[in-house]
Design a protein around this ligand. Structure first.
Ligand SMILES: [Fe+2]
Ligand SMILES: [Fe+2]
Length: 371
């Protein structure tokens, strides 16, 4: 013998890259399915779980993809997906999550701690996420409605009277706290918009867009939950709280280019206002609303950057002038005006009565707490 015998059972480097590639494509399929189905999921908690699952899976997929590049250095290459992943139902998604969990567990059983330490770290994190996601999405059930609205709430596409009647006051004190929480809750339009563009624009824009859009989606679900938790915390009955998505409805039958425009524009239009509101909540001593607004503001600065970058890239990918984005935003504004114009006097009366009642209830409750 002229050599020392092997001491470990090793996976070949390129085989490892292939195993990780397969995991990447399946995580990517999870991300896209979550985005695609958010609009057909009614309960807000489940929309939020889909957003979180999309983001966590995008983080896992991104780490897997980078690891594949490392293992294949100097070629920065990832194989074409060999298998088709037809995800058509909530059960298909749950099966895929279970399969991924098993494959991650199996990978850890065979990982070479020394040679493949970096993969071990990312696979451990992904395995933990899969366990949680499977439980969190156990009750997922897809509706035929687009958009599917949470039936516990007062359904009104235009969720506050000031959209139709600019003289309706934005409010101060309790009314401002309430208006702000209702706005957060009604970011459900942003959740649905982010979900659809994630799924529909990913083929044109590629993985980096998918990754950013998954974070964007997750952030909007967190903003929506901020509103939900505030309103739950004040003991306001869900059926008295308006929920709707007129901005989503404004573009839902249009090119997803306009969805991207809506999300990049309407969501960040009031970005300056958010700091003022945070200061007003601070004055009032409402630390929760202040903190929600501050974190929301930090997310929005990130989203403003996503909006600018991906709108230009999309125009470029379609052979158009990337600097022609202002025309897209103009069209978005017009689509929203058209949607608002479809609202009737009756719609205004309904939402006005709902908002007046809600403010009165909240003021009474706040007064009762002061005593
Ligand atoms: Fe938001
Ligand atoms: Fe946003």
């Amino acid at each position: 013998m002229t050599y020392l015998p092997p001491t470990r059972d090793l996976r070949v480097r390129l085989d490892t890259a292939q195993a990780l590639t397969r995991l990447f494509y399946r995580e990517q399929a999870v991300v896209l399915a979550c985005g695609r189905w958010i609009v057909r999921t009614a309960p807000l908690e489940l929309k939020a779980e889909l957003g979180r699952t999309a983001w966590e899976s995008a983080l896992a997929a991104d780490a897997l993809r980078e690891r594949v590049f490392e293992l294949r250095y100097p070629t920065r290459f990832i194989d074409e997906q060999a298998e088709k992943l037809p995800l058509e139902s909530a059960d298909d998604l749950r099966s895929l999550l279970a399969e991924l969990r098993d494959d991650y567990a199996d990978y850890l059983d065979h990982v070479d701690e020394l040679a493949d330490g970096p993969s071990r770290r990312l696979v451990e994190a992904a395995l933990r996420d899969k366990e949680r996601q499977r439980e969190a999405l156990a009750g997922l059930d897809l509706s035929e409605d687009d958009p599917a609205r949470d039936p516990r709430y007062f359904a009104s596409p235009i969720y506050w009277p000031d959209v139709l009647d600019p003289s309706y006051p934005y409010g101060e004190g309790v009314a401002l706290q309430l208006r702000s929480a209702v706005s957060h809750l009604n970011e459900v339009w942003a959740v649905e918009t982010a979900g659809r563009i994630l799924d529909e624009l990913s083929p044109e824009l590629g993985w980096e867009f998918t990754r950013d859009a998954a974070r964007w989606l997750y952030d909007e679900t967190r903003h929506m939950l901020m509103g939900k938790q505030r309103l739950d915390g004040w003991d306001l009955r869900a059926e008295a709280i308006p929920l709707g998505g007129y901005i989503y409805e404004a573009w839902q039958h249009e090119d997803p280019l306009y969805g991207l425009g809506m999300l990049g524009y309407f969501e960040t239009k009031n970005i300056g206002r958010k700091r003022e509101r945070a200061a007003a909540f601070h004055e009032m001593g409402d630390v929760t609303s202040e903190t929600d607004m501050e974190f929301d503001w930090a997310d929005e600065t990130l989203h403003a950057e996503y909006g600018r970058r991906w709108l230009r890239r999309l125009l470029e990918a379609r052979g158009e002038d990337p600097e022609s984005w202002p025309a897209v935003l103009e069209r978005c504004e017009q689509l929203v005006q058209e949607r608002v114009a479809r609202a009737t006097d009756e719609d205004l009366e309904r939402i006005r009565a709902c908002a007046d009642d809600l403010i009165a209830t909240a003021e009474t409750q706040a007064g009762a707490r002061d005593v």
